[in-house]
Design a protein around this ligand. Structure first.
Ligand SMILES: *[C@@H]1O[C@H](CO)[C@@H](O)[C@H](O)[C@H]1NC(C)=O
Ligand SMILES: *[C@@H]1O[C@H](CO)[C@@H](O)[C@H](O)[C@H]1NC(C)=O
Ligand SMILES: *[C@@H]1O[C@H](CO)[C@@H](O)[C@H](O)[C@H]1NC(C)=O
Ligand SMILES: *[C@@H]1O[C@H](CO)[C@@H](O)[C@H](O)[C@H]1NC(C)=O
Length: 152
């Protein structure tokens, strides 16, 4: 077989969460730095991702969107990212959008993604992930797209 493509599309009902999330800015920055350390990146895509002296500086990093000092979106499609996806993404507890489609990330999709209760959009399609998607706790997701493409 030249290739194996698995497409998983799941529509989940929106669930309203009344949980209060305490501010955890430093936790978000540490999680993003762990993401950077695990990924292999060229062409300076993560060049802006360096520790900044100003609080919440990570909110200006490429691909990062914040609301009230918390990371709500991490979107880096088609940026030539390789390496693995750090389990630390599961620490971005306010994350609503994670779009890392059209890169070359490999390895397992971390189970910690199941902790992202607020996730609405998850797109990991067109990477080289192996294994299954731990979707158990993604109660808010409205668009979940995971396609593991394994070339020969
Ligand atoms: C992610 O959270 C876990 C559990 O709270 C913690 O042990 C770990 O150090 C965190 N990782 C990063 C990179 O912040
Ligand atoms: C940190 O990021 C800024 C903004 O992109 C960049 O101008 C600067 O050169 C970077 N600093 C280091 C030490 O890489
Ligand atoms: C899913 O949620 C349950 C209950 O909140 C928790 O015990 C479990 O560890 C969660 N699973 C993952 C993969 O985070
Ligand atoms: C992820 O980003 C790509 C490129 O911008 C876009 O085509 C795709 O629709 C996005 N995925 C989702 C689920 O929104």
């Amino acid at each position: 077989m030249s290739s194996l493509t698995l497409l998983l599309l799941l529509l989940c009902s929106i669930s309203l969460s009344t949980l209060l999330i305490a501010a955890a800015e430093t936790g978000d920055e540490a999680a993003l730095l762990a993401f950077k350390a695990a990924a292999v990146h060229r062409d300076g895509v993560l060049a802006s991702w360096n520790v900044s002296s100003s609080a919440g500086g990570f909110c200006r990093w490429e691909g990062v969107t914040c609301q009230q000092g918390r990371v709500v979106a991490l979107s880096l499609p088609s940026r030539g990212l390789a390496g693995v996806l750090s389990p630390a993404v599961g620490n971005l507890s306010s994350l609503r959008t994670l779009n890392l489609s059209y890169n070359a990330l490999h390895g397992a999709i971390p189970a910690s993604i199941g902790r992202l209760h607020r996730l609405e959009v998850l797109d990991l399609s067109n990477n080289a992930f192996s294994g299954e998607l731990p979707a158990a706790n993604l109660t808010s997701c409205t668009s979940l797209r995971a396609r593991a493409t394994r070339a020969r």
